[in-house]
Write a protein that binds this ligand. Structure first.
Ligand SMILES: Nc1ncnc2c1ncn2[C@@H]1O[C@H](COP(=O)(O)OP(=O)(O)OP(=O)(O)O)[C@@H](O)[C@H]1O
Ligand SMILES: [Mg+2]
Length: 589
């Protein structure tokens, strides 16, 4: 769904992208990443000169063979020229092979280096960045845009030099042989260029239509599959199926149209080449009959016409290569321009002898002009178990996100253990504080692998130990393969409550000093929820627990309750909640 949209916008942008608009900074991406390949790049360019040389020399050997040996019937000399021809052809073959290999190698190495840096950069960006960008767009930049750099380096740069040098060398050789033939050849060049360009343009438009249709089709299929539950529960299958088949049909039509044009591509190129050849034979034939040139020269000229063909076709594509690569570089650059706002220190401080949280004068808004929390003061002593309630949209999750350093406060200070919480290293901070967000994400792994995800020093027995401490053995025994059960994509094969139990275990096995559950137990049945809180109350007495909830029963084991309202956080007592008939807290039992 998301990749699809990204893909559609891309082709539209590429076609309108003006190279002159390319941010100069974007070129540094290339410069930085190509540095290590400098030696090989020089080697590839040197090979270019050798290849161009062979293209010039081979037809000249043909000329020598015809004029000096065949027409004079000196067959010994002919054998030497033929041997020379073969040797030169071997040199050309080897140099071309080596050059193609190097061009690809350099291209792939640069691509690898850019992709690695870009991925590292993007993965380290704030949650805020990831909230604002769709996964498909980010993936597309890492995959497709970086791929475009490959063509830029191999075709757009190395082949460009190779083709240009070959063309100039051939033209120069022809001028030396015969001026009129050279001029005739020069006339055929625009002919070939124009026809390749024209057909290329029409073909690109058709291919763009195909891409757009495929993008829409992918998007349609993906949307339906990711929302399959909703599609089914509203009996939308029929409607959706016909939508997808309509998109499939449109894609097929666009593909057939594109094939009709691309099938013309090579024949038209051949035709242009044949016309070029015909002109040379016509002019050359006349010159030959007038004894102005020899048969050898005519044959050499015919050979040159054939040899300019490949480079010309490459060159006619070059602007498109630059345009596509330019647009891609621009996008990569704009992604690299996003800087991490929330910064962690590499070497942080250690907390003093407690994990008290002291919040003073905290103000935060996702936007400067839409403040969600204002001048909040709050002290949460180590070992306290507190509940946070509040209406939907009041700012509970926002408060938790700021506390978890997903966002930095606009103003104010948060101390944990007497240390400003910005002064911890990332590792230290994650060791101290674990947050379970409202929406749980599970990886398509087994239950225990999900629980120990990212922890090298924890294994199945640690998970079993935790489960038995929580007295949840029965709960997990219900699964077909116990803790070895695979949870499916995004935990699809688990119930809502089961997913939350896995997520809670995942946070608890990390043994944090402060555990925060943001509606993270809301789907668990209250028996299981109670078991977890009971364990926390008795065995985690030293640790701080913060529960954000809409359920009154979840608040049973808490010492203090706060309500988020009017941009502030206020302590209230349990009676108050019930007396006020607080509309969002639902009472069970
Ligand atoms: N990433 C975000 N960017 C901009 N605004 C946001 C973002 N996340 C939340 N908000 C806004 O901040 C306000 C508070 O949202 P928050 O998620 O903190 O509410 P909540 O109290 O947790 O609600 P609920 O009980 O429904 O979970 C809402 O108005 C919401 O629209
Ligand atoms: Mg919330």
């Amino acid at each position: 769904m998301r990749g699809g949209m990204g893909g559609r916008l891309r082709s539209e942008v590429d076609d309108q992208f003006k190279l002159k608009d390319l941010n100069k900074k974007a070129l540094y991406i290339l410069k930085d990443n190509i540095k290590s390949e400098k030696k090989e790049l020089i080697y590839a360019v040197l090979l270019t000169l050798i290849i161009a040389g062979t293209h010039v020399l081979l037809p000249i050997l043909t000329k020598i063979a015809i004029d000096d040996y065949i027409s004079t019937k000196e067959f010994n000399g002919l054998a030497i020229v033929v041997a020379g021809y073969i040797a030169l052809a071997l040199v050309q073959w080897f140099a071309s092979y080596k050059q193609t290999f190097l061009a690809s190698k350099i291209g792939y190495t640069v691509l690898y280096s850019i992709r690695k840096k870009l991925y590292k950069h993007l993965i380290n960006l704030d949650i805020d960045f990831h909230n604002k960008h769709q996964v498909g767009d980010i993936t597309s930049v890492i995959m497709n845009d970086v791929e475009a750099i490959y063509s830029l380096i191999s075709q757009g740069f190395i082949y460009l030099i190779s083709d240009a040098v070959t063309l100039v060398a051939i033209a120069a050789a022809l001028f030396v042989l015969n001026l009129r033939l050279a001029v005739t050849l020069l006339i055929t060049i625009p002919l070939i260029l124009y026809s390749t360009k024209l057909i290329g343009k029409i073909l690109r438009k058709a291919q763009r239509d195909v891409r757009e249709n495929i993008a829409q089709l992918t998007s349609g299929v993906e949307q339906n599959l990711s929302g399959i539950k909703t599609v089914k529960s509203f009996s939308g299958e029929l409607n959706q199926t016909s939508k997808v088949s309509e998109l499939s049909e449109k894609t097929r039509n666009a593909q057939i149209k594109a094939v009709a044009i691309s099938a013309l591509h090579f024949p038209i190129m051949d035709l242009a080449g044949a016309i070029g050849l015909a002109l040379i034979i016509w002019q050359g034939g006349m010159l030959l009959t007038q004894n102005i040139i020899t048969l050898g020269i005519l044959m050499a000229a015919v050979s040159y016409v054939r040899r300019i063909f490949g480079p010309l076709m490459d060159l006619s594509q070059i602007y498109t290569t630059y345009q596509t690569a330019g647009a891609s570089l621009d996008r990569i650059n704009s992604f690299l321009d996003n800087k991490q706002q929330v910064k962690f220190l590499a070497e942080g401080e250690k907390p003093e002898d407690n994990y008290d949280i002291a919040i003073s004068n905290l103000t935060f808004g996702y936007d400067q002009d839409a403040i969600i929390l204002e001048n909040v003061d709050l002290d949460i002593k180590q070992g306290s178990h507190i509940g946070i309630i509040g209406k939907s949209g009041s700012g509970k999750s926002t408060f938790i996100k700021v506390l978890g350093r997903q966002y930095d406060p606009n103003e104010g200070e948060i101390l944990i253990g007497g240390v400003p919480y910005q002064n911890y290293s990332k590792n230290e901070f994650k060791k101290i504080l674990q947050i379970l967000p409202q929406d749980t994400y599970l990886f398509p792994l087994t239950i225990w692998e999900n629980i120990t995800y990212g922890l090298k020093d924890k294994a199945l027995d640690d998970v079993e130990e935790l489960i038995s401490k929580l007295e949840l053995e029965d709960f997990f025994a219900k699964f077909e393969n116990g803790l070895e059960t695979k949870v499916g994509e995004e935990g699809k094969s688990l119930s809502g409550g089961q997913k939350q139990a896995v997520a809670i275990a995942r946070a608890m096995i990390r043994d944090p000093d402060i555990l925060i559950l943001d509606e993270a137990a809301s789907n668990l049945d209250s028996q299981i929820e109670k078991k977890i809180y009971k364990y926390i109350k008795t065995d985690w007495a030293e640790k701080t627990l913060i529960i954000v909830t809409h359920r009154v029963t979840s608040l049973d084991l808490t010492d203090k309750i706060y309500e988020v309202r009017d941009k502030g956080i206020f302590e209230i007592n349990k009676d108050e909640i019930e007396l006020a008939g607080w509309d969002r807290v639902t009472s069970e039992e």
